[in-house]
Design a protein around this ligand. Sequence first.
Ligand code: NAD
Length: 261
Amino acid sequence: MADDTTGSRHAVVVGGASGIGWATVRQLASDGWRVTVADVNGGLAEARAAELAGPADAEARGHEHRVVDVVDESSVEALFSGNTPDLVVTTAGVSTLGLVTDHDTAEFRRVVDVCLTGTFLVLKHAGRVVVEGGSIVAIASLNARQPGRGMAAYCAAKAGLVMLAQVAALELGERGIRVNTVSPGFLVTPLTEPVLQIPGLAEEYAENAAVPHRGTAEDVARAVLYLADSPWMTGEDLAVDGGAQLRRYPDVLGLATKAFS
Ligand SMILES: NC(=O)c1ccc[n+]([C@@H]2O[C@H](COP(=O)([O-])OP(=O)(O)OC[C@H]3O[C@@H](n4cnc5c(N)ncnc54)[C@H](O)[C@@H]3O)[C@@H](O)[C@H]2O)c1
């Protein structure tokens, strides 16, 4: 459904200021969508919205930025209040490392809060306003399927996110709204740059894929756009990982411990 004022379809990308979210914003904008870049990092979101196609085009198409913190329900509610988007993409996520028996409980809760409860809050408030025929895409992870030692919080949150999206797909399908997830393998973004300091890890990720292609945020964005325009797809978790799900997950904690202790 086209936006009333600009004739473009409207997408809200939560976590849209960086990495996979920003690549998705760019592809949507170049495909003619009007995009709201929503992020907890308001300064970067503002810069991104302005960057989309230069100030003149941003004004014409109405790209905008919003500040949102997915763990704060009132801010998520405010983001969607008065909005009727055709597509909502939610990518906000954080990670941590720690063995189950040693894990700091507050840190465990922080990761679950952003990755799982944050996605729930987006589904709750976006699900009320997305137009009939529209869709929601949430970014899960290879770790929704593959456990990694020391990654309990992240793996549990991402696996929960996939099931949450499937339940939402059942419920929102009654109103013609589709809900899907994309599960990327390892790719370099500001989130994962620090782990590249662990010697041997990037090589392990590469060895564990089935094809030599090194994944990019653009590869993931393409899958998001595909799901957005696939009217018979809902409740799907699309792996975009070069076949890494077919093998084993690298021992991130083991390599980090060896390198830094
Ligand atoms: N990079 C990878 O290898 C990889 C692999 C699998 C899954 N993922 C998932 O993809 C998603 C995007 O990751 P990325 O690599 O692009 O990371 P990123 O850090 O580059 O981008 C994440 C964005 O989310 C925003 N954000 C963080 N917390 C937020 C909050 N509470 N409210 C609103 N926005 C918030 C950040 O400000 C940032 O702009 C995450 O959910 C991540 O778990 C990433």
